[in-house]
Design a protein around this ligand. Structure first.
Ligand SMILES: C[S@@+](CC[C@H](N)C(=O)[O-])C[C@H]1O[C@@H](n2cnc3c(N)ncnc32)[C@H](O)[C@@H]1O
Length: 226
């Protein structure tokens, strides 16, 4: 894994083939269950939301109208253009900006919620990305909503995930890693997970990405904690 330290400048993200495949094939033909997961992920949000790695904007249509503004951060140029097109018909104002999770282009404490949907698999440094989400969330009530495919509990699937990550998966799928224990990373970054559930992946989901975790996390009440 090509991890970067927080002191290095963020690497540009360009995956032209994967971006087209994701936007034109995967996101456009999502099964109904995935749309339901997106609705559940965003339900009840309000105020100003940052969506990190928004891709082609597949979540935009599902934001509740209690949200005043979505700042959608997307580093990949093709996906950013697709996201801008999706933003035009969103039910809430969406501003799509260039940027990476590792250095969010937002002020400290400026957002009521952060949304991470199928993105913490692809960032170079989960700890840095989560620290950035913490930084931009408003205290004390800012919350993180997440929907991510994660490391399997079953040893056989976990072994398969590690093998595909080593052999080809990140190169083939835009930097995506299948064997990340994202729930643990969220807790290690100092979030308090208030709700999490394993989600059954839609039929035909390839086994390495079939274990999915959805939930909500909030900032610790003691600001000096981790
Ligand atoms: C599988 S796509 C998911 C897109 C979208 N969140 C969705 O739910 O459809 C992964 C996304 O992560 C983005 N990404 C990759 N590296 C990133 C980084 N360092 N910071 C922010 N986003 C990143 C990709 O450009 C892509 O949009």
């Amino acid at each position: 894994m090509a991890d970067q330290t927080p002191t290095q400048p963020p690497q540009p993200v360009s995956h032209p083939l994967f971006a087209r495949f994701y936007a034109r094939v995967l996101a456009r033909n999502e099964p109904a269950e995935m749309r339901d997961h997106r609705v559940a992920l965003l339900a009840g949000l309000r105020g100003r939301v940052v969506e990190v790695g928004a891709g082609s904007g597949a979540n935009f249509a599902h934001y509740p109208t209690t949200v005043d503004e979505v700042v959608a951060v997307e580093p990949e140029p093709y996906l950013r253009d697709e996201a801008r097109a999706a933003a035009a018909s969103a039910p809430v104002p969406v501003t799509v900006v260039e940027g990476v999770a590792d250095a969010l282009p937002l002020e400290d404490g400026s957002c009521d919620a952060a949304v991470a949907c199928l993105v913490l698999c692809s960032v170079p440094d989960q700890g840095q990305a989560l620290a950035e989400m913490r930084r931009v969330l408003r205290r004390p009530d800012g919350e993180l909503r997440f929907f991510e495919h994660v490391l399997a509990k079953k040893p056989r699937t976990a072994r398969l995930q590690r093998v595909v990550d080593r052999l080809f998966w990140p190169r083939a799928f835009g930097g995506c890693h299948t064997a990340r224990d994202t729930g643990a990373a969220i807790a290690a970054a100092g979030f308090e997970i208030v709700e999490q559930r394993r989600v059954k992946a839609p039929a035909l989901t390839p086994p390495p990405v079939s274990v999915q975790l959805a939930g909500r996390a909030r900032l610790p009440h003691d600001p000096s904690a981790v």
